[in-house]
Each structure stands twice: as structure tokens, then as C-alpha cells.
Ligand binder design. Structure first.
Ligand code: PAF
Length: 286
């Protein structure tokens, strides 16, 4: 039996109307926000939405407001046909919202969203305008879809923390589900940006996960000194010749404030450039 193609809608208002009608019939709506170049990580979010919600909407939009000048906005992969084929293979996606930038940010658009606290450190230091752009587009997507539940990947741990804080601070009527990181067989966290890696860089990229595994082993062996754990991770990562570390952080899982000692739960987050490709990864320590 041929799989059903999702209905592709460019105009956010049209999607709002379609979803409004379904909501009035009592259907629950799941939203999976993406920038396209879909991979198994995104598909795991789609499957989760299908298992929890009556209607699943995937948004595919390379959001200009979350890229700073000089970042990879222009070169970010845009492969809508391949993405639709991918969603068709999973099946059960009802709508794809694929707007043009002018559909989301029409002439005269002039609104800003800033979430404080968890945006300050880590990605916030290296990409100071990034989370304002993420919060803005995600808030718009929540309002357009009025989804009951939205699904995000743990790979972007700080992004998920920002969105959860936005939902709490602004009393948004939506449930946020953060789904586990999906990895390649060698441990590399799936990401649309992995496509930028050359063959030799791709071989080096699993060093991020190896350093997280090392930290987990040190902690389960009784290590508590965060500085010592980060030192050992740094030494391991630096064995990869193309690597340059932006940060390694051992932080409180909720506030993302840096910890001196790993005594309760913690999250280890890192950003490492392999050649010119910036990769992020993380691990929650129980
Ligand atoms: O994680 C992403 O792909 C993007 O940051 C998101 C949440 C779709 C907003 O553009």
C-alpha cells in the first residue's frame, strides 16, 4: 500500500486554520520543529509525536533569526524533496509547514523574544543572538500550531532548557517532550551539520562521545572534581588533530550553572570544532 504524503503548507495562517478545525473535532496536535535535512534523530521525534498525538505537524524552516552574520545560514542544507520522502517513509505525518522567510517574517516584522538565565552561558557566550532567534521562531510555531505537545531532541540540551524556561516563564499552554539523542554506530550524535565534515574529519568526530564516555567512567569510578574530569576530557579530545574546543562544561541540569563537584545529578556539555564544523554533544549523569 502506498504511504500517504503529508500535506505541505507554506502559509502559516492556512495551517492554523486547518489545525483549528481538527482541534474543534477534539484531536490533539503534536509539533516537531526542524530546520530540515532530516535524519534519524528528527524521525525519532516524529515517531514520538505519532505515538502521543492524533495529528503530527513537522515544520521545516531554516530560521534566519537564529544565525549570526558569518554563520552557516546560506550553506545550511535545504533538501525539501528528500525531507518529504523521508517523512513519507516513516508515514503518519499529517502536515509539513514549509514557509519562506517572508511568510514567517513579513515586511515590517519587528518583534523580539529574550529568555534570560539559561541562555547566558555556553552556546549563549559563543552565539550571543542565537537563542533569541530560536525562542522567537519556536514561540511563533507554538502560536501558529497551538499544538498540545512539542518535541525536541536532547542533543540541543541548552535549546531544550531555553524552550522549557520560555514555556514556564510565559505560561504557554504546551507540553514539551525532550527525546533522547540518536547516535551513529560510532557514537557521533546525529546532526544535519555532520554533512559538512570531510572524510577524515568524520573519522575524528566520535571523539566528542568518547570524551563523554570517559567522563561517565571517571564519575562511576568515584571522581567528583569537575576540573579534573574536564581536564581529562580535554586531553582526550585534543588527540584529534582537527579539533578545537569551544567549551566543556559540567553543569546543573536545570540552571546550567557550572558545578565544581559532581555530587548529585549533572549534565556534561561540550562544543568542539572539527575543522570548520562546530559540533555539540552532551550527557546527563544520573
Ligand atoms: O533545533 C532546531 O532545528 C532549531 O533550532 C529549531 C528548534 C527548529 C528552531 O529553528
Amino acid at each position: 500500500m502506498a504511504a500517504i504524503q503529508p500535506e505541505v503548507i507554506n502559509n502559516p495562517r492556512v495551517l492554523s486554520e486547518r489545525l483549528g478545525a481538527l482541534r474543534r473535532e477534539g484531536k490533539t496536535i503534536g509539533l516537531v520543529p526542524t530546520m530540515g535535512a532530516l535524519h534519524e534523530g528528527h524521525l525519532s521525534l516524529v515517531r514520538r509525536s505519532k505515538s502521543l498525538c492524533d495529528v503530527t505537524v513537522v515544520s521545516i524552516f531554516v530560521n534566519p533569526t537564529q544565525f549570526a552574520p558569518g554563520e552557516d545560514y546560506e550553506k545550511y542544507p535545504r533538501v525539501l524533496d528528500a525531507d518529504l520522502a523521508c517523512l513519507e517513509s516513516v508515514g503518519g505525518v499529517d502536515f509539513v509547514l514549509a514557509p519562506a522567510p517572508a511568510d514567517m517574517y513579513p515586511e515590517g516584522f519587528d518583534a523580539h523574544v529574550h529568555i534570560g538565565g539559561v541562555t547566558r552561558r555556553l552556546e549563549g557566550e559563543f552565539r550571543p543572538t542565537h537563542f533569541d532567534g530560536v525562542a522567537l521562531v519556536v514561540l511563533k510555531l507554538f502560536n501558529i500550531s497551538r499544538a498540545d505537545t512539542a518535541f525536541f531532541g536532547q542533543k540541543d540540551y541548552q535549546q531544550a532548557a531555553v524552550i522549557q524556561k520560555m514555556v514556564r516563564d510565559l505560561n504557554l499552554p504546551i507540553d514539551i517532550r525532550v527525546c533522547p539523542i540518536v547516535r551513529e554506530a560510532d557514537g557521533l550524535a546525529m546532526s544535519s551539520r555532520n554533512k559538512y565534515l570531510s572524510e577524515s574529519e568524520r573519522k575524528e568526530a566520535p571523539i566528542l562521545k568518547k570524551s563523554l564516555d570517559l567522563a561517565a567512567r571517571l564519575v562511576s569510578g568515584g571522581a567528583t572534581d569537575a576540573a579534573e574530569i574536564k581536564y581529562r576530557m580535554r586531553a582526550l579530545i585534543e588527540t584529534a588533530p582537527s579539533s578545537a574546543i569551544d567549551y566543556i562544561s559540567i553543569a546543573d541540569p536545570d540552571t546550567l550553572e557550572e558545578l565544581d563537584a559532581v555530587e548529585g545529578s549533572a549534565v556534561i556539555l561540550l562544543a568542539v570544532r572539527i575543522g570548520t564544523t562546530r559540533l555539540i554533544d552532551n550527557m546527563i549523569l544520573p
